[in-house]
Design a binder for this molecule. Sequence first.
Ligand code: MN
Length: 280
Amino acid sequence: MNAITRIAAAQASGPAFPEARRERRRYRTIWVSDIHLGTRGCNAAMLIDFLDSTDSETMYLVGDIIDGWRLKRSWYWPSAHNDIVWRVMKRAKRGTRVVFIPGNHDEMFRQFAGLTFGGIEIRRNAIHETADGRRLMVTHGDEFDTVVMCHRWLAFAGDAAYELLMRMNVVINTVRQWFDLPYWSLSKHAKHKVKNAVEFISRFEEAVAHDAGERGVDGVVCGHIHTAEIRQFGEIVYYNDGDWVEGCTALVEHFDGRMEVLHWADEIAARRQTATAMAA
Ligand SMILES: [Mn+2]
């Protein structure tokens, strides 16, 4: 049985963790990507918290949602990962327009571009129109690896050192949780110290924005490099929604067209502080 069939079959059982009954913040649009379900690095609990705290008219899944590469090597599918798929499908059933743009790690879904499954539209790319009338190209971004010649992200992400970093990130945050400390991304901090990584990120952003300019859109939303950002390049705005392996971020559009990156670890920490203050 292949990954898609196995994941679909697992949906019949419903969620292991029931949805939290808290008031949800409403946005016009939500973008998330690079969740990497099927890997130990995925911060599933934090994403579940995000999904149970927010709602939107439209939700874009901007690729690398399910890590097919890793699942092919060995099957890893804990109930929390299943719950994320269940929650996304539930959103579609409740009326959110859900658009899935597969990335390089879930490229097995690219063959279904143009089709709709369980209310989820699968597209190769999309054009999103904001409330203030701007047209944004939505794409995963892996095709720009080859444009950025100096240092391929793939080479960096597939690196043994990077994998080790990801594992250490999980261990550190498990220990931090025991001591009730907020989430802290080791890899995110390490990456900013590596000159090659910083240079790659900056060149990638430039290449994506340049391409958007050629296509005549006002901006571009992508993922892939696990670095959330809102950056202006001349007339073009570059948006990256980040990831749920390192940064745990989402990009949102408010009802007036204003865009914002949400750092969910900070949101959880703020909520806890409020709860502690109210208890005192
Ligand atoms: Mn990718």
